[in-house]
Every structure is written in structure tokens, then in C-alpha cells.
Design a protein around this ligand. Structure first.
Ligand SMILES: [Zn+2]
Ligand SMILES: [Zn+2]
Length: 253
């Protein structure tokens, strides 16, 4: 399986519009972060987790021409706002499968009513095929996916385990029962916003404590704010098997 980090930034991305913060002004490409998403490719399948407002740019950056579906972690705009840009895939492939909690599908139906329209649909509108997921394993192509539930302050959020790889974002609390699903991972990706505490996201310390509980072989941090600091400086302070993810990073398992 090949994993591409399409975006690794928190909700406003980096640089933040109009910001004069040194990290927002940095010339290091690793300090420029689109909104969080990953692309998973294996055996001819291609799926993304989330499709935020940078989805179009991310698809152009990675150069793919086929998308088998989108798996949603939760309904926040930084994870969903790019849904209209599935149009080029829809025109070629027909309805694009989306996998999400029923609450998330409800939110998408409200925000993108025209996409879910069955009668009198506008000819240029895209279409989706909905698959509701619960906290139970489901199949994507030839792969079993195990949802891992956490909370983003009070909001339920799904992370996902795909074989030896797991991707969790926008977590603040994860039950020990759910952490058990993450034993024996080669790679764990988890959110780490900044050093200061935040009501709905792991800060760096909480992310490191979480990684220590899960004990994957390697871990990558994502959903990063400019307030965390310069990529290179933060990376130097991290333990040997923990890395800051950056946009366009690819890992193969
Ligand atoms: Zn987010
Ligand atoms: Zn969120």
C-alpha cells in the first residue's frame, strides 16, 4: 500500500491568509500545509480519507485520474468542503462511493443538497453513492477497514485501520477499548496541533503520550498548526521513530 499525505495542516492551512507569523512566511515547502487528507493506493484501488477545501489542488498535485471513493472522518469543513470537486471523477466513473457515519452523511446532504438530488438534478452536478459506516469493520475493495472511534471534544470522529497502517485525525480523547484495535501497527498517523493545549485536538504532548500507548513501529504527526513551529526545528526535537508529516510525503507499506 502506498500512502500519500495530500495535506497535513490544520483547518486554516499554512500559510494562514494574511498572517505574518514566521512559520506562515517560511520558504521551506515543508512549512506549507494544505488541509488534511491522505490518498491510499493498493492493488489498483485509490481512496482518499476526507476531502477538504484543497481537494482539487491535491488531486492535481498527485496526478490521479481515478478515485474509488472517499472515507470521511467527520463533517467539519476542513475535511468535507471540497466535495463538489469530485466532478471530473464523476463524469468518467459515475456516482462516487462515500463512506461515513450517518450523522456525517446527514450533514453532507444539508450542505451539498444538489449532489444528493435524485429528481431534476442539474446536469453539471456530481453524484455520490452513500455507504453508512458504524463502529464495525467494513470492506473497501479487497481490504478490511477497522474504524477506531474517538472524540473531538464532544463530537464523535472515526479514525481507520487499514492492515498495518492507521490514520487518526481530529482526536482529543480515545477510549482504551478503541486503542486495543491499534496493536501491532507498522505506521500510525495521528493529529498534533501545537504545544499549547486545545479543547478538541491533541497537542504535541498528548499525541506523543498516545503514540507511547499504541507503540507502533513508526508514527507520523498531522493536522499541524503554524503555532507548532518550523518543520525542521520541531522534527529535531522528536523521538527517533516519530516524524512530522509534510505535504506530498509518500510512504509504502
Ligand atoms: Zn480538522
Ligand atoms: Zn474537526
Amino acid at each position: 500500500m502506498k500512502i500519500t499525505f495530500l495535506g497535513t495542516g490544520t483547518s486554516q492551512g499554512i500559510p494562514v491568509i494574511g498572517s505574518t507569523h514566521p512559520v506562515c512566511l517560511s520558504n521551506d515547502p515543508k512549512d506549507q500545509r494544505l488541509r488534511v487528507s491522505i490518498l491510499l493506493e493498493w492493488d489498483g484501488f485509490a481512496y482518499v480519507v476526507d476531502c477538504g477545501p484543497d481537494f482539487r489542488q491535491q488531486m492535481l498535485n498527485v496526478g490521479i485520474d481515478q478515485l474509488d471513493g472517499i472515507i470521511f472522518t467527520h463533517e467539519h469543513a476542513d475535511h468535507t468542503a471540497g466535495l463538489d470537486d469530485i466532478r471530473p471523477f464523476y463524469f468518467k466513473q459515475g456516482d462516487i462511493p462515500i463512506y461515513a457515519h450517518q450523522r456525517v452523511i446527514r450533514a453532507l446532504k444539508q450542505r451539498f443538497e444538489y449532489i444528493f438530488e435524485s429528481k431534476n438534478k442539474y446536469a453539471g452536478a456530481p453524484g455520490v453513492k452513500c455507504f453508512e459506516i458504524e463502529n464495525k469493520p467494513f470492506r473497501l475493495g479487497n481490504l478490511k477497514v477497522i474504524p477506531v472511534e474517538g472524540f473531538h471534544y464532544r463530537l464523535q470522529v472515526f479514525g481507520f485501520r487499514f492492515g498495518d497502517f492507521a490514520y487518526l485525525t481530529d482526536m482529543k480523547t480515545v477510549d482504551d477499548r478503541e486503542i486495543k484495535k491499534l496493536k501491532g501497527l507498522k505506521v500510525l498517523v495521528v493529529n498534533a496541533l501545537r504545544e499549547d493545549p486545545h479543547i478538541s485536538h491533541f497537542n504535541l504532548k498528548e499525541a506523543l503520550d498516545f503514540i507511547a500507548k499504541v507503540q507502533p513501529e513508526k508514527a507520523y504527526l498531522t493536522h499541524i498548526s503554524h503555532k507548532l513551529g518550523f518543520h525542521e526545528e520541531v522534527q529535531q526535537k522528536l523521538p527517533e521513530t516519530i516524524f512530522l508529516a509534510y505535504d506530498n510525503l509518500q510512504i509504502t507499506l
